[in-house]
Design a binder for this molecule. Structure first.
Ligand code: SF4
Length: 386
């Protein structure tokens, strides 16, 4: 079996890591590869998701590769996988790779094989994007070595704490095996100059949670997320809505609604980029996010009756208005430094979605005027939630 066909067999593994939606990528030579598109340096580029092996000695309850499951296993040697990745990279089919693995022969030996693959890639001129997984229980020196080669390193925490993890992965240890390697990487980033290892910058750190299979509340997930952002400087947390896999202990557990993961992402950005704290999020009594955009839910509770004056509100308050994100806030601040804003048409000219923010703001002391209806008829630029 050629190596491209082997890689193709690993395509289901793409679903295990959800830092972008996986898509089958047609390679010019035939097979569809486990490739997803990810934002790298401001551009979306194709990234190969490659497992060194789909064999695993652990038994995570949600995983198609758990030990004992009747599924065909595929294993590469590091040199073999490095060769295949290089061929795809040089042929222009991919711009980067996410290297991961099932655990075979222990975490440390598995991590060593991943590091060997990374070293071979870099040694043979691979200068594309490299996302390297840290295995549960990776050692400190291995974390350091991963930081030498990768653009991004990650450990999937899977659950927001030990008691939840026990339900998903009874043979993974939350603190010792999962959080510890992330802490070592974070400490290294804080205390050492990357140039000492010949790097311009340290790799970013990310993690992933499985959502909806361990009885965790949104508040549990986002409280842990806030800690990871503040204490370990993670750049991103991914939320993967649980989907049951046949012939696993969670096969009968209902799939999680992907809308829940979307709301968690919206709340994540409020924590990371908009100055919200966990306590400020618009929780229900059960510790869940409401079934609407959490920023809109917060504004309905706090701004509908006390709208923000766009001419005087500080940046932090502007960012709380639905429809105003960091870039629009910057444009607004610049414009009002030059002249007082009096007319809603000035906001439209700045690219602000007037109809969206109107319920929560004042302009020059006035509520949205009747002529707002004129602007409501105009199409507004389509932008991501902000
Ligand atoms: S460690 Fe768990 S999640 Fe990872 S491959 Fe093995 S069984 Fe799957």
């Amino acid at each position: 079996m050629d190596v491209l066909t082997t890689l193709q067999r690993l395509a289901p593994a793409a679903d295990l890591d959800q830092d972008a939606a996986p898509t089958g990528c047609p390679h010019p030579q035939g097979p569809r590869l486990p490739v997803h598109w990810a934002a790298v340096g401001g551009r979306r580029v194709p990234i190969l998701k490659a497992l060194l092996t789909s064999a695993c000695e652990r038994d995570c309850a949600y995983c198609p590769f758990r030990a004992g499951r009747d599924v065909r296993r595929v294993t590469f040697r590091p040199a073999e996988l490095a060769r295949a990745v290089l061929a795809l990279y040089r042929g222009g089919a991919i711009r980067g790779v996410l290297l991961s693995s099932g655990i075979a022969g222990g975490s440390v030996a598995t991590q060593d094989r991943l590091l060997t693959t990374a070293r071979l890639l870099r040694g043979q001129g691979f200068d594309g994007y490299l996302h390297l997984k840290l295995m549960p229980g990776a050692e400190k020196d291995q974390v350091l070595d991963a930081m030498r080669w990768a653009d991004r390193v990650s450990v999937n925490l899977e659950a927001p704490g030990a008691r939840f993890l026990r339900r998903l992965a009874p043979r993974k240890w939350f603190w010792r095996e999962l959080l510890q390697p992330l802490q070592w990487a974070a400490t290294l980033r804080r205390t050492h100059d990357p140039r000492a290892l010949g790097r311009r910058r340290w790799p970013s750190l990310v993690t992933q949670f499985v959502v909806g299979a361990a009885g965790e509340r949104d508040r549990d997930l986002l409280t842990q997320t806030a800690r990871l952002l503040q204490e370990l400087g993670l750049s991103r947390v991914y939320f993967s809505a649980f989907r049951p896999i046949p012939d696993t202990p969670l096969a009968g557990h209902p799939a999680e609604d992907p809308a829940r993961a979307r709301r968690l992402y919206q709340a994540f950005f409020l924590l990371r980029d908009y100055g919200f704290t966990v306590d400020e999020l618009p929780w229900t009594a059960e510790g869940q996010l409401p079934r609407q955009d959490p920023k809109v839910a917060w504004a309905e509770r706090h701004l509908r009756a006390a709208p923000v004056e766009l001419n005087t509100a500080p940046r932090a308050l502007l960012l709380r208005v639905p429809g105003i994100g960091p870039r629009r806030a910057a444009r607004l601040l610049q414009a009002r430094r030059e002249a007082r804003l009096r007319d809603w048409r000035q906001l439209t000219a700045l690219g602000l979605p007037v109809t969206r923010l109107a319920p929560y703001v004042l302009l020059d002391g006035r509520r949205p005027p009747q002529q707002l209806a004129l602007f409501a008829a105009r199409p507004e630029p389509q932008v991501p939630a902000s």
